[in-house]
Design a protein around this ligand. Structure first.
Ligand SMILES: Cc1cc2nc3c(=O)[nH]c(=O)nc-3n(C[C@H](O)[C@H](O)[C@H](O)COP(=O)(O)O)c2cc1C
Length: 393
């Protein structure tokens, strides 16, 4: 059978890791862990189900990597900070690997946008002493609103003022990332992704409007990425050369869905150049539409700019919903791998559905899916979509 999307379904080597195709599942927070951050059997089933759907790579949901420095951002967020959490992740890794899919753990630190209920009265930490303008709670769950003491259709969750990390603390937090990475690979992960996107701690350093520092960790694109580079280097020292390390970047934050870097493409170019020669094997562009770069002067997708400036392979995410869209991202020079978020959440067999060429009624999305999905997305999909002529892993 002729392959409809030959680039998408060709293998690729990213750093030390070879993937069977160029489809990655984007990181999606599900808040399905135990209250103590231990991954649940429900999570094992959820990830295994998507691995079975034919993906090349799974990037897990954002996972807190250290107990100190108010890293945890969400209730029921998984962690990778102790033996119990590590053992839970080991079950996820085993189940995913049984389906021929690779998996890396996304390590994240919430910084100034941690859910206040995870802070236990401590101030959140950030690049500088700033305060987030708040985060819209996408929920239709009245109980959730009641316990947060907020109301209305699109209520805002507010965050306490953050304090700036000292240089010593920056090094300690980077050590925490390395310890989490070591645990992730000891649990069987094929590597880790460092979360430098979407409004969380490393984004707060990379983004000029939240980084007001005047020391070596602020004030220029090179300085703004210095913390992310340090985290990468410490992780590489902890896990060695045989595991994948990626860095996720974005303009948006969870508290700023229309974020734009000052200087747009020019800033992206400088960030890409500043990441040359870093410990990262690949970069990952995060957005809701990778073609929307928000630079009125230059429409080049940020992923393309970063790919050229850094010389690193790009995992590109945002609004890629079907086979033609994925193939176009790859052949246009904007991506080496595509990361698909909501469509794979809703359609675990996304890869096989695309490859089969069936005309499939893709699901529309509701923004209020984080806490309580309005539909049971795990319903049965047509099986038997694996063509015997396709090369198997
Ligand atoms: C429910 C939900 C949870 C998310 N959780 C994470 C996360 O943990 N880490 C992360 O980097 N991005 C997270 N994102 C962003 C997605 O990875 C992705 O960037 C976004 O969904 C756009 O891609 P898509 O159009 O393929 O869905 C989340 C998005 C959604 C909708």
């Amino acid at each position: 059978m002729a392959e409809a999307f030959p680039t998408l379904f060709s293998g690729i080597t990213l750093g030390p890791l070879t993937l069977r195709n160029r489809i990655a599942m984007a990181p999606l927070t599900r808040q399905m862990a135990e209250a103590d951050g231990t991954p649940t059997d429900e999570m094992v089933a959820y990830y295994a189900r998507r691995a079975r759907g034919g993906l090349g790579l799974i990037i897990t949901e954002g996972t807190y990597e250290q107990a100190a420095y108010q890293s945890r951002a969400y209730l029921s967020q998984p962690g990778i900070t102790n033996d119990k959490q590590q053992a839970g992740w080991a079950k996820v890794m085993d189940a995913v690997h049984q389906h021929g899919c690779k998996i890396i753990v996304q390590l994240m630190h919430g910084g100034r946008v941690c859910d206040p209920r995870t802070l236990y009265g401590q101030p959140p930490v950030s690049a500088s002493a700033t305060q987030s303008g708040g985060w819209t709670l996408y929920t239709d769950n009245d109980y959730e609103k009641q316990i947060r003491n907020i109301s209305g259709d699109w209520p805002k969750v507010t965050f306490p003022p953050a304090r700036a990390l000292t240089v010593e603390e920056i090094h300690a937090v980077a050590d925490g990332f390395a310890a989490g990475a070591k645990r992730a690979v000891d649990a069987g992960a094929d590597g880790v992704e460092v979360h430098g996107a979407n409004g969380y701690l490393l984004w707060q350093f990379i983004t000029p409007k939240t980084n007001l520092r005047t020391d070596e960790f602020g004030g220029s694109p090179e300085n703004n990425v210095r913390f992310a580079r340090l985290v990468g280097e410490k992780i590489r020292a902890a896990i060695g050369p045989d595991k994948l390390i990626t860095l996720r970047l974005s303009q948006d934050g969870v508290d700023d869905f229309v974020g734009a870097w000052p200087g747009g493409v020019t800033y992206a170019k400088a960030i890409g150049q500043a990441l040359k020669g870093s410990a990262y094997d690949a970069l990952h562009w995060s957005s809701f539409n990778y073609l929307d770069n928000r630079d009125p002067a230059d429409p080049t997708p940020m992923a393309t700019v970063l790919r050229q400036a850094s010389g690193l392979p790009l995992i590109t995410n945002g609004g890629i919903a079907d086979g033609p869209g994925a193939e176009a991202a790859l052949t246009s020079g904007a991506a080496d791998v595509v990361a698909i978020g909501r469509p794979i959440f809703a359609h675990p067999d996304w890869a096989y559905l695309v490859r089969s060429g069936v005309d499939y009624p893709w699901m529309d999305f509701d923004r209020k899916y984080v806490i309580r999905p309005p539909l049971d997305y795990a319903h049965a999909y047509p099986l038997g979509l694996v063509d015997p002529e396709w090369p198997q892993p």
